[in-house]
Design a protein around this ligand. Structure first.
Ligand code: SF4
Ligand code: FES
Length: 249
């Protein structure tokens, strides 16, 4: 193992014993190939088995290892010690979420918001299976594909200054997900999602800082989804005067 070392400072919090969160410092071997997830694993295995953090896939797919690394929301499994060495690295739980323990945050509010936009195809005219699949052209798929790449890592929520000011804000990833289904040629659920997306805590709560899209590891560009919905909402509003009850898509 390497003789070089690197310092990892981690915001620790155990609600059973700590009044408030505080930093713990760990000196670990510096291995060029190690990700932050590898470093946390070393700390848990060799230095402090009580360290708590989430992970699963190790390949930027499951979205469970989100954390704030030197002030920036990132996935622990695709952030490497070599990008910081020889400097110390500070690791904190995602901002704008209650801390459950150490780097584990409470995602219940995010899950509830995900459910609120009905993230599934709503089709009033479901046809029998024997009539075959609902085909889409590559162009129809291309309209929403980018917004379907979200891995629910919540980095965009941690990055969003508006989430800190208004915890009721529906938020970037959820709006992007609702938009994904609204853009799907097989879907007819637009009106059902409008209440959330265009509502008091929907797209109009966004002040377009755009940091959500900057930190997104999957190039979902939730800021674009929000802006497209602001445009659509404005069009719906204008159309509602010209064609009452036909303003929506
Ligand atoms: S939009 Fe991007 S940053 Fe936000 S939850 Fe989805 S993958 Fe993560
Ligand atoms: S462990 Fe799955 S995204 Fe990092």
């Amino acid at each position: 193992m390497s003789n070089k070392t690197i310092t990892i400072e981690i915001l620790r919090y155990n609600p059973e014993t700590d009044e408030k969160p505080g930093y713990g410092s760990f000196e670990i071997p510096y291995i060029e190939a190690w990700s932050m997830l590898d470093a946390l694993e070393y700390i848990k295995d060799e230095l402090d088995s009580s360290l708590s953090y989430r992970w699963s896939c190790r390949m930027a797919v499951c979205g469970s290892c989100g954390m704030v690394i030197n002030g920036r929301p990132k996935l622990g499994c695709e952030t490497f010690l070599r990008d910081y060495y020889p400097n110390a690295i500070k690791v904190e739980p995602l901002a704008n979420f209650p801390i459950e323990r150490d780097l584990v945050v409470d995602a219940e509010d995010f899950i509830n918001k995900l459910e609120s936009v009905k993230p599934y195809i709503i089709n009033a005219m479901e046809k029998p299976v024997e009539e075959g699949v609902n085909k889409q052209t590559p162009e129809q798929l291309g309209l929403y594909k980018q917004f379907s790449m979200c891995i629910n890592c919540m980095l965009c929520y941690s990055a969003c200054p508006q989430m800190g000011l208004n915890p009721l804000f529906t938020g970037p990833a959820v709006i992007a997900l609702g938009h994904r289904y609204n853009l799907d040629s097989r879907d007819e659920g637009y009106d059902q999602r409008t209440e959330v997306i265009q509502g008091k805590n929907g797209v109009w709560s966004c002040t377009f800082v755009g940091y959500c899209s900057e930190v997104c590891p999957k190039n979902v560009d939730p800021a674009a989804a929000i802006n497209q919905n602001k445009l659509q909402g404005s069009q719906d509003w204008a159309l509602s005067f010209l064609m009452p009850r036909k303003g929506a898509k």
